[in-house]
Design a protein around this ligand. Structure first.
Ligand SMILES: O=P(O)(O)OC[C@H]1O[C@](O)(CO)[C@@H](O)[C@@H]1O
Length: 557
């Protein structure tokens, strides 16, 4: 690794100096001054169009950002990523999610390990299980056909598969045996309890999905599922082999729990949890879309990997997106990013990206252990845009916070034939959403200038504008396009981590909370003396007292 500290310092200084030049320029003025702004500041890639003309940037800003990327040795870090080096240095692991989406038969070897062959092998094993389910050949212990698959997992073992399954209802595989796919993640058991009310134990298969196979949230839901089956079916012999699949990097733990070897799907320690939907963690996706659909998702992600590796900075979507974020956070002091899909099927995308971005780059120490100089990951949140318009857009339009927005919008929707009865109405609803997306992006950028005469209005009706946003359009929300979109954000996060000089592939920040929770549970159960701060002690005592009280809410002690 080269010592490029001086170059980095100079690149940041040049960016800040450029900011002084740009500060007075409002987005409305930038558009007024340059009729070619959209033409210059958008890129096409396959089914994607990335419009960043509403970001507060100029050609000079972009040049300085590219110099910063060079100074930070982005090219070198990309080579290390794709060479399978142990760039997750705090866990001594590589980050090879990209290897999961190489075309079949890639033959990839990393340090002598036949990575490509292992990936192909697990995909083939997954295909066998999926096809048995689809053919109606998977029977429960009572001989009934499995009709429902419940994924039990949390974090990366839940959010990715859940998001993809919800995003692609039009691509559900047509199979002999229709299957419903469900998700339960919360450690309090409330989601699982709700599902169990409507499921038939004879016909339900549980997928216990956990990279570590030690996450208490998942194991406690799994134990509840198992005891539900045992008590409802009155058997334990053969139950586990008929009703449980396991997905994990910890084969030994799966076996200890009782997952039959033939029902175990393997992942590897070089797949980060939040980067794992491409692996066997994506089993629910394959159940839903079929293997062909799942492979399309992988192919889209692989196309983005290739683009990321090959394109120059100025055409490179992940690099552009990342550097625009750096400009916003570190130079413009904009510390929030709203993710706003204008498509109800992408309801889960903001949640998925919250984990991807914030668990990856929510870090405050650099690779050498020293504190970072400025801010890192912004606060990422969002919702389906049309709904968010009626909720938090007020703050975006007239609040005091500068917020960057990512709008995501499919061009075509409602495939012919799939919604024949109401196609015209649905199509016009989709246009309504498209118009709203473009209108809000315009108003956020231009402010009062978006509408002639708005300048005459009273101040409470005025719009300051100058809120930066990007629009990502997809020709259509297909498995392939969604694969590209997710991989785009993955690489964006990686590029930002390089600029911030942090490790995006560990998550030590969540570990301490888990350990404290173990002690707290022992205190709550009276198995350990209560030695803690006064608030926690007071609340524990309140829970214990009130748990013993039955009767109407509001009852006096
Ligand atoms: O798949 P596992 O090992 O159950 O972990 C679930 C989630 O927990 C975390 O480790 C955080 O606690 C995430 O990174 C991960 O996605």
């Amino acid at each position: 690794m080269t010592d490029n500290r001086q170059e980095v310092v100079e690149a940041w200084a040049a960016l800040r100096a450029q900011c002084d030049v740009e500060r007075e320029l409002h987005l409305a003025g930038r558009f007024a001054a340059d009729a070619q702004r959209f033409a210059t500041l958008h890129r096409r890639l396959g089914p994607m169009l990335f419009d960043f003309s509403r970001q507060r940037v100029s050609a000079e800003v972009l040049q300085h950002l590219f110099s910063l990327a060079d100074a930070c040795d982005l090219r070198g870090w990309m080579q290390r990523l794709f060479a399978g080096e142990a760039i997750n240095h705090t866990e001594q692991r590589a980050a090879m999610h990209w290897a999961l989406r190489l075309p079949a038969g890639s033959g990839l070897k990393v340090e002598g390990e036949a990575v490509g062959q292992r990936v192909d092998h697990q995909l083939a094993r997954m295909q066998v299980l999926v096809e048995r389910l689809h053919a109606g050949q998977w029977r429960g212990v009572t001989g009934d056909v499995i009709t429902d698959v419940v994924n039990i997992g949390v974090g990366g073992s839940d959010l990715g598969p859940l998001m993809v399954c919800e995003a692609l209802p039009d691509f559900v595989a047509t199979t002999e045996q229709p299957l419903r796919v469900h998700f339960a993640s919360t450690m309090d058991g409330s989601q699982l309890a709700q599902l169990l009310r409507s499921l038939s134990p004879q016909r339900t298969l549980f997928v216990i999905s956990s990279k570590s196979f030690s996450t208490i949230d998942t194991l406690s839901n799994a134990a509840t599922a198992r005891s539900w089956l045992e008590s409802r079916l009155g058997v334990s012999e053969g139950l586990l082999a008929c009703h449980f699949v396991g997905v994990s990097a910890a084969a030994g733990r799966m076996s200890e729990w009782g997952i039959a070897p033939e029902n175990q799907l393997q992942i590897w320690d070089w797949v980060g949890g939040r980067y794992s939907l491409w692996s066997a963690i994506g089993f629910p996706i394959a159940v839903s879309l079929g293997m062909e659909g799942f492979r399309q998702l992988l192919a889209g992600a692989h196309a983005m990997d290739q683009h990321f590796r090959e394109a120059s900075w100025s055409d490179n979507l992940p690099v552009l997106m990342a550097l625009l974020g750096i400009w916003n956070v570190n130079v413009q002091d904009i510390n929030a990013l709203a993710v706003l899909p204008y498509d109800g099927r992408l309801k889960q995308l903001p949640l998925y990206l919250e984990q991807l971005e914030m668990e990856s780059n929510g870090k405050r120490v650099r690779r050498d252990g020293s504190p970072v100089a400025g801010k890192t990951c912004p606060i990422v949140w969002g919702d389906v845009g049309p709904n968010a318009q009626h909720a938090f857009y007020q703050l975006l339009h007239q609040g005091t916070e500068a917020v960057a927005c990512d709008f995501i919008l499919p061009v075509r929707r409602y495939r012919e034939g799939t919604h024949a009865a109401t196609a015209a109405e649905l199509q016009s609803q989709h246009q309504l959403a498209q118009a709203n997306c473009l209108a809000h992006a315009r108003l956020l950028a231009l402010g009062d200038d978006a509408l002639p005469g708005a300048g005459e209005l009273p101040s409470f009706k005025r719009y300051k504008g100058n809120q930066p946003s990007s629009i990502l359009m997809l020709d259509e929300l297909t498995p392939y396009a969604l694969g590209m979109l997710i991989a785009l954000y993955e690489h964006k996060v990686f590029v930002q981590s390089v600029i911030w000089d942090i490790n995006p592939f560990d998550q030590w920040g969540v570990e301490m909370g888990k350990r404290i929770a173990v002690d707290t549970l022992a205190m709550l159960r009276g198995e350990q003396p209560v030695v803690t701060d006064s608030s926690t002690a007071g609340l524990l005592a309140h829970i214990v007292r009130r748990s013993a009280v039955t009767g109407a809410v509001g009852e006096q002690e």
